[in-house]
Design a protein around this ligand. Structure first.
Ligand code: NAD
Length: 359
């Protein structure tokens, strides 16, 4: 199989972690007889420095012309003071909107080897943590009007939250379809006791439920959900929610599984071309120090093989190689614990590559 992958190395630790994921992909290509070619795309702070724009149109076009996009992370203190429309994160929002990826899927799964890294009590962890958050990605308050006005000396800031029925329906379907492939339980998370957009959300989810009689739908208010994720995470199979709630809940969910450095994500729309990225940021505090954990990015590459290229065996091989690395006691600094062997970002990549086997 021949595929073109747009690589957005980005800022901070981005280039280091993307390099390891690229090396893993190359090894997979060698083992399975595929050909992956890469197009480098500038986005984020590095694009601001180079082009004065966090995602120039020409760079977005390169992504749209590729079979999928693998992103490290963008941003950092150097660009904190640039105007709002020019911030590195704007590049990311434009990329998601430009690619039309309206569904962000984040697994929250505990690796048994890292059970002690979870901040939750062992008794809760032992019940199992294995759920997915399906988050609406290109609507809601992040994409509504934002303005700050001063009238008669009083300043007011306004952010508009809008959801159309069709936006809710298409993400709802992804939620139901995802649940159908897993434990067949979907929890729809909203704030229908306060927000009109949430009341519409709930109505659409219940209408869709009639088309998916094999999936059990439940509703949960977002504040309760934030509590339940730490109190009893084993109750969840698939959560579906709007953009801002999903942003916050998926960070919370990532923390209970141990390390932010281990978690991949996929963002998909109506075509096979997806955006794959670890859930963490550019970690400027450890950039260039060979301390970053590249596994979130490596597992994102595995998700790309599974969901965009339909290569499940190759994706399984990467996940097994990661498990073998953990089983052998190797840890980057972020998940280091007593008795384990500490390695840097590159050595982590080396060991995972050595552990890769053709299934
Ligand atoms: P962060 O995720 O970059 O870092 C939070 C903490 O986790 C830091 O201590 C960092 O060292 C650690 N960490 C993160 N990833 C790690 C990894 N792979 N290995 C080891 N340790 C890791 O969050 P932040 O500090 O809030 O943000 C830093 C910058 O990243 C900001 O400019 C922010 O806007 C940006 N950001 C970008 C994205 C993205 O590109 N998708 C997402 C979130 C934040």
């Amino acid at each position: 199989m021949n595929k073109t992958i747009a690589l957005i190395r980005g800022d901070g630790i981005g280039p280091e972690i993307v390099e390891q994921a690229q090396r893993v992909l190359n090894k997979v290509a060698e083992l399975y007889g595929h050909r992956f070619s890469y197009t480098d795309v500038a986005m984020g702070g590095c694009a601001i420095d180079q082009y004065g724009d966090p995602l120039p149109e020409s760079e977005l076009k390169k992504c749209l012309a590729s079979d999928s996009v693998l992103l490290g992370a963008v941003g950092g203190p150097k660009w904190n003071d640039v105007p709002g429309t020019m911030r590195p994160e704007k590049g990311l929002l434009r990329l998601r909107a430009g690619m039309g990826v309206y569904s962000n899927n984040r697994p929250a799964k505990i690796w048994p080897q890292l059970a002690d890294a979870s901040p939750l009590k062992r008794s809760i962890v032992d019940e199992g943590i294995d759920f997915i958050i399906v988050r609406e990605l290109i609507g809601g308050i992040y994409f509504g009007e934002h303005k700050t006005e001063t009238v008669d000396g009083k300043t007011t800031a306004i952010d508009v939250l809008t959801y159309g029925e069709h936006e809710i329906e298409r993400i709802g379907r992804i939620g139901f379809e995802t649940a159908r492939k897993r434990g067949k339980r979907l929890c729809s998370v909203e704030k229908s006791n306060v927000l009109d957009s949430s009341r519409l959300w709930k109505k659409v989810m219940h209408r869709l439920a009639e088309e998916y009689p094999d999936v059990e739908l439940s509703d949960m208010l977002v504040d309760n959900c934030a509590m339940q994720i730490v109190k009893n995470p084993s109750q969840f199979d698939v959560l579906v929610t709007e953009n801002m709630f999903g942003d916050i809940l998926s960070d919370e969910a990532s923390m209970i599984t141990g390390s932010i450095g281990m978690i991949p994500s996929s963002s998909l729309g109506s075509s096979a071309c997806g955006l794959y990225e670890p859930i963490h940021g550019s970690a400027p505090d450890i950039a260039g120090m060979d301390l970053a954990n590249p596994i979130g990015t490596i597992l994102s590459a595995a998700m790309m093989l599974r969901f965009s290229f339909d290569l499940p065996r190759e994706a399984d091989a990467i996940e097994k190689a990661v498990a073998a690395y953990l089983d052998a006691g190797y840890r980057t600094a972020d998940i280091m614990s007593e008795g384990m062997k500490q390695v840097g970002c590159r050595a982590c990549g080396d060991i995972i590559i050595e552990s890769l086997r053709k299934e």
